[in-house]
Design a protein around this ligand. Structure first.
Ligand code: V1S
Ligand code: CA
Ligand code: ZN
Length: 388
């Protein structure tokens, strides 16, 4: 089908569970698990499933989730009663406001996406997969005792903890438009995980308000985590050229100094142009270039999803990135197959719409060449303190 063949030598596993897609955060909430249905439909219509090992995820056990989260929080998450979101007062564990509503089946939803990331990490550990994919994961804001920004359980932290059982050093990279604060905080005091997040940064007007260039780990030099958090704060309107340059330069230097033995890439699709919450001009090609670059490093690679609030663009990006993982991105037809489910939702019939097609008028780029150079210089200086 479509010339897709199983690539020799490189094993890709695809972790999903259709039950995850059935959950609803509420009518006006931007997070739509249905985007996973749209993505999977596109991946299958290209025949890409034939080139991967597909695993239907099971729920993570509470014991597995307790590797990071407190028992108290998990108990609350499991027993919380469905309620209309209410922002009028602070809630226990930040559950029940409009960002993190308590909806039907919430705990199952969390346990399923966490189970998928944990299983994906284990496939990398036991050598059954070279690249493992969980588009339902990537929920990088969740804290050990608290929900935050649409994230309740931090599947990324749980997956990295699995990788750390086998791997001395894990590189975490986060291309969601938001700062990967939950993962950064979880590994703040260790030199075994280097966290890198690219994001829009505005301490006042953009969630979560953290992630400035100078936030590089604990201040005290005798803390092993010092210098092991890297932040790439960006302004509105960054384009593919700048984004790819920054990604490859920063990640390349991190790999040279830190010598990771495994990589986790959070592929939040809200960094794409036209996202309902994002502000960048990154296209499907630029987003995918980050995945290609990570793949080229030939290390065990976990790909997870994350944000992404314009479902048609999320599906394009994650289908393209699946094709990169299995090695058929150059051979598939950019024209979305006629038999793709919900094809009418894509508006344009190509995997790679132009900025004009997506936005009409691209957003002004507020990132000067000097800003980009200053970021690279600061991070290069910081990496002098990082050694394998
Ligand atoms: N930006 C944004 C945004 N939009 C919403 C929102 C809108 C409508 C709803 F019905 C419910 C929520 N919340 C936010 C942000 C959270 C963004 C989370 C991004 C998650 C991720 O992509 O990185 C990973 C999956 N929240 C805020 O800006 C906080 C508030 C400050 C404003 C909104 N109110 C509802 C709470 C407080
Ligand atoms: Ca990010
Ligand atoms: Zn996001």
């Amino acid at each position: 089908e479509n010339g897709i063949v199983r690539p020799k030598g490189i094993n890709v596993s695809f972790h999903l569970n259709p039950e995850i897609e059935q959950h609803h955060f509420g009518h006006s909430h931007p997070m739509k698990p249905w985007r996973l249905t749209l993505s999977k439909g596109l991946i299958i219509s290209y025949g890409m499933h034939a080139a991967m090992d597909t695993y239907v995820a099971r729920q993570a056990t509470e014991e597995e989730m307790e590797d990071f989260h407190t028992t108290d929080y998990l108990d609350y998450l499991r027993t919380a009663e469905v309620a209309i979101p209410d922002d009028s007062e602070e809630k226990p564990h930040n559950l029940g406001g409009s960002d993190c509503p308590i909806f039907e089946g919430l705990f199952d939803y969390c346990a399923l996406y966490s189970g998928a990331s944990i299983d994906a990490a284990r496939k990398l550990c036991n050598g059954q997969s070279d690249i493992a994919i969980n588009w339902s994961g990537g929920l990088h804001h969740a804290k050990k005792n608290e929900a935050s920004g649409f994230c309740y359980a931090n599947d990324i932290v749980l997956a990295i903890l699995q990788l750390l059982r086998q791997h001395p050093r894990v590189l975490y990279i986060d291309i969601d438009v938001h700062h990967g604060d939950g993962v950064e905080e979880a590994f703040w005091s260790t030199d075994r995980v280097l966290t890198v997040s690219l994001h829009k940064y505005d301490p006042v007007c953009f969630f979560p308000g953290t992630g400035d260039l100078e936030r590089n780990g604990p201040q005290s030099e005798d803390n092993p985590g010092a210098h092991h958090a890297i932040n790439v704060p960006l302004n509105d309107g960054i384009d593919d050229d700048q984004y790819i340059y920054l990604f490859e330069t920063v990640v390349g230097r991190c790999v040279d100094k830190f010598r990771p033995t495994a990589i986790v890439l959070q592929c939040g699709a809200d960094s794409l142009a036209g996202d309902r919450l994002g502000r960048f001009n990154v296209q499907v090609q630029g987003h995918g270039a980050c995945v290609s670059y990570c793949k080229s490093l030939n290390l065990p690679l976990l790909l997870v999803g994350g944000g992404g609030y314009t479902p048609r663009n999320v599906a394009r990006a994650w289908a393209h990135e699946t094709s990169i993982a299995i090695g058929c991105s150059d051979t598939i037809d950019p024209e979305i197959p006629l038999h793709t489910p919900y094809r009418e939702h894509f508006r344009h019939t190509t995997l790679f719409p132009t900025l004009e097609q997506i936005l009409g008028e691209p957003k002004p780029n507020k990132n000067s060449p000097k800003k980009i150079q200053d970021i690279v210089e600061h991070i290069t200086e910081q990496l002098r303190f990082v050694n394998a």
